[in-house]
Design a protein around this ligand. Sequence first.
Ligand code: FES
Length: 164
Amino acid sequence: MAINDTCACSAQDEAAVRAALESFEHTRTNLIPILHEIQDRTGRITGWAMEQVADALKMPLAEVWGTATFYTMFDIEGAAKHIVRVCDSPPCHITGSAAVLKAVEEELGIKPGEVTQDGMFGLEEVACLGLCGVAPVMLIDREVFGNLTPEMVPGIIAKFREEG
Ligand code: FES
């Protein structure tokens, strides 16, 4: 598949994707961190961005697409300043992730798959983040919060609200 040299997105987004790619060694094992970085910098992962990743990592575009769309943690459509991802795979579930998710929903006033009206937070329920040792876990952007209780949620969210 041909790789586009130019991006239909803004010059700012194009520069952000290139910067994200430069932040990591171009190995296949860095695929997910690179996709995270792109999403953090631009709020989404466009088709053009996926082409750049496939080209840099010398892997099939279909594989990059597959990864980006398989993991619901990657919001390929849209934009929230901070993405809150609460794991609900069994090890997190049995240690109380449902109560944590409920606390996050109440704090933000949204359900998984939604974005707050001010665009500040997006919420996603995701499968195992590979951090089961500190279950239940949530990720906000790339910061990990483990051994969570519902009571910890308001303080954590407040910190991100203050930072803007
Ligand atoms: S099950 Fe939640 S991090 Fe693995």
